[in-house]
Design a protein around this ligand. Structure first.
Ligand code: DGJ
Length: 757
């Protein structure tokens, strides 16, 4: 069992393969204290001392004279509010008389096998053999608020999933005004914090800074996780690099408003909080009602950021992504968005499909513009019926033609939105979120549907179901192109308006669940104006998410690097598009565009009827390459070897096949340097006692790889490095495939083992 309770010491020990997490219950009142989180501890005699309960004046029961001094410094497992812990709280609750105050203390506990579902929320899952869950039952005696602090410990993965379930066990109404999913108090050992930031077309760029006295926060109050800050934070020792150093990662399995804080107090203690953003949040709990927070994933590694990445990839592949497509090679798709924008008809789509099918592309995705009177982005959202002028004869004949070409068909929806110029709005203007007496602010000329209402969700789903049942549709791209503003609804009473942001997200999750129930074979790709809702919550519903509307290969290096820091490559929507790139205006070689897209789900987003003969040949080769490499890319272990975001010159990553027999090394030279020398890149986790045949991608010929593989020892590749020959020109790329073979040298003599008989 990976959770043990040491009754005499009132300690809970939670073990994953390489980490230990310890909680202690302290004093007669039973304060749950955070004792330890870090590398695995086999023995823990004396560990309680780190709680400092023997240091004056902090003894809780004996020294009521200085109770606030205790509350303000004790490492709380889940910090209360208003009664003496002056640090930022994890929970805030207001009673029916307007008073705030809460301090949760231990009542009892339960240790169960496996993991319970979180009602209505995406969450990690595990069988009884794969995980165990500690449920700490706590209570605030005065308000009657009960809380179950849940900790799921995974048997095979160095990760812990935390969430909290609140119940009002009193008689009077309570208002939860803050309900974070995770609170972690640690002694500050001079930490740095890493977060991801951006904007539309520049998602998830890394930012690293030192933590000092005071509070550092990131978050979103936009109703979606957003382009700006990612619901992730890593706290690490300053020496941390890619492959060494201690890192604590926090990742929120949620797609709406969030806040993550790392605060250092007067004692140099660090408190990390993560959960739903308390701004505009209030949840009414009448007597007996409950509220479930989303969960936070905690992971610890002493093997640097790469160790954190490996843990998260393992967790998400095995315990978060449910889709049956997770381990399948996804169809190579061509999306018509950058090819046509709104200006297309059935004929144009068929032309694209014919050219694509001939080159081995496997699916056509019809993007925005096929419905209602959608000729531009000013209208028709909410009218999910086929625009017969564009698709005369409807969807069925078009899909049949495309299927005849041997291609599958996919379609775009933006189900959460409504245009003022739409039949839906004319019929139900009150279905848009809005504040009374205030004209709601438009973005892209659209408003947000009030999907907190069951009848709105039902109406949209029924329209979608009708479309999806009308033809053989294999894939849906679910888009969401604006943040929420004017968040008010007539559907909920005044004292529940603070629930709307979260109810919106619950409505979204319910809709996606229903869609997948209705179409169990559907391949769903989430998208939000590029990557504004690339988060673990959405991954529970779709195995892939569109990374960014910036399809420029060089910009994508940074976006995909940071995305892959948290998510498996198989989740990253990535396409080859035309040059000059529509966002950047930059021209990069077609090979490099292909190489970068190959490291994601892979597809095209260009007018294939207009590309040159030479580029068509390259597409056919890229298709072949995708089939040759995707199993490794999708299932393999990913290692970042060089970051263009950091060095501004080149990017390099390696993917080891799960069999251990092969690996791929991707290299992109962003800027050429005047130094006329090759570069050596040290590889990760090869067999030091084996040799490898290093094959380089053959740029032009029909064969993918150069015939002659160069023999290099695994030890040499890991210590001296793989030689990347000098390239001339910017934006050049190389791909290497390494095959493991038996070593020719004996370790002791260094002599050649293969002697003539
Ligand atoms: C934003 C998406 O990111 C694009 O790929 C495209 O689908 C447009 N929306 C369509 O409006």
């Amino acid at each position: 069992m990976c959770i043990t309770y040491l009754k005499d010491r009132r300690l809970f020990k939670l073990d994953t393969p390489h980490t230990t997490y310890v909680i202690g219950i302290v004093g007669e009142d039973g304060y749950p204290g955070h004792v330890y989180y870090g590398a695995y501890l086999e023995h823990m005699t004396g560990i309680e001392d780190v709680l400092r309960i023997n240091e004056d004046p902090f003894t809780p029961d004996e020294n009521a004279r200085a109770k606030t001094a205790f509350l303000d410094s004790f490492p709380m497992e889940y910090a209360g509010h208003g009664v003496g812990d002056f640090r930022e709280s994890a929970v805030r609750v207001k009673d029916a008389h307007g008073h705030s105050g809460v301090m949760l203390t231990y009542v009892s506990h339960e240790i169960i096998k496996g993991k319970e579902k979180l009602p209505g929320l995406p969450a990690t899952f595990a069988t009884e053999e794969e995980a165990a869950t500690l449920k700490l039952y706590c209570k605030d005696e005065v308000t009657g608020l009960e809380a179950v602090l849940s900790y799921t410990v995974f048997e095979q993965v160095d990760a812990i999933a935390r969430s909290v379930r609140f119940t009002n066990a009193g008689q009077e109404d309570l208002f939860l005004e803050k309900a974070m999913s995770c609170c972690l108090d640690m002694d500050n050992r001079d930490f740095e914090v890493l977060t991801l930031h951006g904007e539309a077309t520049r998602e998830r760029h890394k930012a690293r800074r030192r933590l000092d006295y005071g509070s550092f926060s990131i978050g979103s109050v936009r109703g979606r996780s957003g382009h700006q800050d990612h619901p992730f934070m890593a706290v690490m020792i300053p020496e941390t690099t890619e492959h060494q150093g201690e890192v604590y990662g926090f990742h929120f399995v949620y797609s709406g408003n969030f806040k993550a804080t790392a605060a250092v107090n007067q004692f140099n203690s660090l408190r990390v909080l993560m959960g739903i953003h308390p701004e505009d949040f209030s949840w009414k709990l009448t007597s007996g009602e409950s509220f479930q927070t989303p969960e936070v994933i905690l992971t610890y590694s002493d093997k640097g950021l790469g160790g954190m990445t490996a843990n998260l990839h393992q967790l998400y592949r095995n315990h978060l992504i449910r889709s049956k497509y997770l381990h399948r090679k996804r169809p190579i798709l061509i999306n018509n968005w950058e090819a046509t924008y709104f200006d297309f008809n059935a004929e144009k789509l068929l032309d694209i499909a014919k050219e694509s099918a001939a080159l081995g592309i496997e699916m056509l995705v019809m993007d925005d513009g096929w419905f209602g009177n959608r000729y531009d982005d000013n209208r028709a959202l909410g009218d999910w019926f086929v625009n017969e002028e564009k698709l005369n004869g409807g969807l069925k004949p078009l899909v049949e033609e495309i299927n005849k070409l041997g291609m599958q068909f996919g379609i775009w929806f933006e189900p959460e939105m409504i245009s003022e110029d739409s039949d839906l709005y004319r019929e139900h203007p009150d279905w848009a979120l809005s504040l009374p007496s205030r004209k709601p602010s438009l973005y892209r000329n659209q408003l947000v549907l009030d999907i907190t209402r069951a009848e709105v969700r039902e109406h949209i789903l029924q329209q979608m179901f009708q479309v999806l049942h009308s033809a053989n549709i294999a894939y849906v791209k679910w888009d969401m192109n604006r943040s929420l503003s004017d968040v008010g609804t007539a559907a909920w009473p005044a004292d529940r308006q603070g629930e709307v942001y979260h109810r919106y997200v619950l409505g979204l999750y319910e809709m996606q669940e229903r869609l997948l129930e209705e179409f169990p074979n559907l391949l769903l790709e989430n998208c939000s104006a590029g990557g504004a809702r690339f988060d673990p919550g959405m991954l529970y519903y779709s195995p892939q998410i569109w990374c960014s509307d910036d399809t420029d290969a060089i910009e994508r290096l940074a976006i995909q690097e940071s995305t892959a820091m948290l998510y498996p490559l198989s989740t990253m929507g990535a396409h080859v598009s035309v040059c000059p790139n529509h966002v950047m205006g930059r021209t990069t070689p077609f090979e490099t565009r292909g190489m970068v897209a190959l490291a994601g789900t892979f597809g095209y987003e260009l007018d294939i009827t207009r590309v040159s003969g030479e580029e068509k040949q390259m597409i056919a080769r890229q298709v072949k390459l995708y089939h040759a490499c995707n199993d490794i890319i999708r299932e393999g272990d990913y290692y970042r070897l060089a970051s263009y975001q950091e060095n501004h010159l080149y990017d390099c990553f390696q993917i080891n096949a799960p069999t251990g027999e092969e690996c791929l090394v991707f290299y992109v030279q962003v800027l050429a340097e005047a130094k006329k020398r090759s570069r050596f890149i040290t590889l990760q986790n090869l067999d030091k006692d084996a040799d490898y045949l290093v094959y380089e991608l053959e740029p032009q010929s029909d064969a993918l790889w150069k015939e002659e593989g160069k023999r290099v020892s695994g030890a040499v590749l890991m210590k001296a490095g793989l030689q990347v020959e000098r390239m001339k020109g910017d934006f050049q790329s190389r791909l290497y495939r390494l095959k493991r073979i038996e070593c020719q040298e004996t370790a002791s003599t260094g002599s050649i083992a293969e002697q003539p008989a």
